[in-house]
Design a protein around this ligand. Structure first.
Ligand SMILES: Cc1cc2nc3c(=O)[nH]c(=O)nc-3n(C[C@H](O)[C@H](O)[C@H](O)COP(=O)(O)O)c2cc1C
Length: 328
């Protein structure tokens, strides 16, 4: 992927790039990359492969049973001795039971979204688990920092899945200067150039998802992987944006139908009914027309399926090359 940077014959003098950051220190990992949560998709195989490659991964608890979560944490520990995390969606009905189970099973960190994470910090910290909330703006970043979060993920609207209103660039510009804990941007970062850009902006690492959807170890259905490979920059759309809960995925029969009804002013209840289960339908069953292939906007570089280890190595090599040509 880094071939197009045309550095092979450049005159730049290679300097040793140090990718150790406050995030690598906090999580005790080699590279400042988090493979973020993907509901119905990220589990022990992918997470352990990413962790073994020197980055870190997150098991997605959204929609899963307690038994599944416990089993996946234990399996991941069998497959890697490296740090990894879980993501808890705080709108889940059984969130309290999940929090207790995660504290008991002991993971290195949790990412927390879709609800108020503050009441849970103490419990996680007592269990020795780092807390990393996902936020969409400066106000919430400040609030979680004041309440004792260990780091914060700022997720831009370029991301796949549920999104906020601000772009990753605007979030990095607004949030990073105002926050002392490590700030980790997510959304639209799929290559080493994106990682380098985030580091130059003052981020301590990145969270990436779309890139890891094309990992060999990722359980995403092959039909959905193929759709992502074929997709170009303008092929994602956001459903539900006008109602304040946008979800980004590839345009298809489902999104056309949803957006038509949304514009016509259909009731939220009927829209919810249409959307329920569509992530799973695409990700597990491979129905890429009636399900939603959730993926971000940076689609052009997503052209091939590779092992997680090769993806991480590519990302780091490219980030180092790009940072090498930055004149500090
Ligand atoms: C298929 C898919 C499922 C996702 N599921 C979750 C989830 O369960 N919890 C969560 O906090 N974020 C979820 N996200 C958001 C990602 O963790 C990540 O922050 C985002 O995708 C980063 O942007 P990118 O897709 O451009 O890399 C999901 C994203 C995708 C693409």
């Amino acid at each position: 992927m880094y071939d197009n940077i045309k550095l092979a014959n450049s005159n730049y003098k290679r300097r040793l790039i140090n990718l150790n950051t406050k995030l690598t220190e906090l999580l005790n990992i080699k590279y400042p990359i988090i493979q973020g949560a993907m509901a119905w998709i990220s589990e022990s195989n992918l997470v352990s492969a990413v962790a073994n490659a020197g980055a870190t991964g997150v098991i997605a608890c959204g929609g899963r049973s307690l038994e599944w979560i416990k089993t996946e944490i234990r399996r991941t520990k069998e497959l890697t001795d490296k740090p990894f995390g879980v993501n808890i969606m705080l709108m889940d009905q059984n969130k309290d039971a999940i929090v207790d189970a995660v504290c008991k099973e002991k993971v290195n960190f949790v990412t927390l979204g879709a609800g108020n994470p503050l009441p849970y910090f103490e419990k996680f910290h007592k269990a020795g688990i780092k807390t990393i909330p996902v936020v969409p703006n400066t106000k919430l970043a400040k609030r979680v920092e004041e309440a004792g979060a260990d780091a914060v993920i700022i997720e831009g609207m370029e991301a796949g899945g549920h999104i906020g209103k601000l772009t990753t660039m605007a979030l990095m510009t607004n949030v990073i200067p105002q926050i002392s804990i490590p700030v980790i941007p997510a959304g639209g970062i799929v290559d080493g150039r994106g990682i380098a850009a985030a580091i130059v902006m003052g981020a301590q690492g990145v969270q990436m998802e779309s890139r890891f959807l094309l990992a060999d170890e990722c359980t995403l259905h092959p039909e959905a992987k193929q759709k992502i490979i074929e997709a170009k920059d303008t092929d994602s759309v956001v459903t539900g944006y006008s109602r304040g809960h946008g979800v980004r995925g590839l345009r298809n029969t489902f999104t056309d139908k949803y957006l038509e009804l949304e514009i016509q002013g259909a009731s939220q209840e009927s829209l919810n009914k249409l959307a329920v289960g569509t992530n799973r339908l695409a990700a597990i069953d491979g129905d890429t027309e009636n399900g939603l292939v959730q993926v971000g906007q940076s689609l052009n570089p997503l052209n091939e399926i590779n092992p997680a280890k090769a993806i991480v190595q590519d990302l780091i090599k490219e980030a180092e090359l790009v940072l090498n040509r930055v004149k500090f």
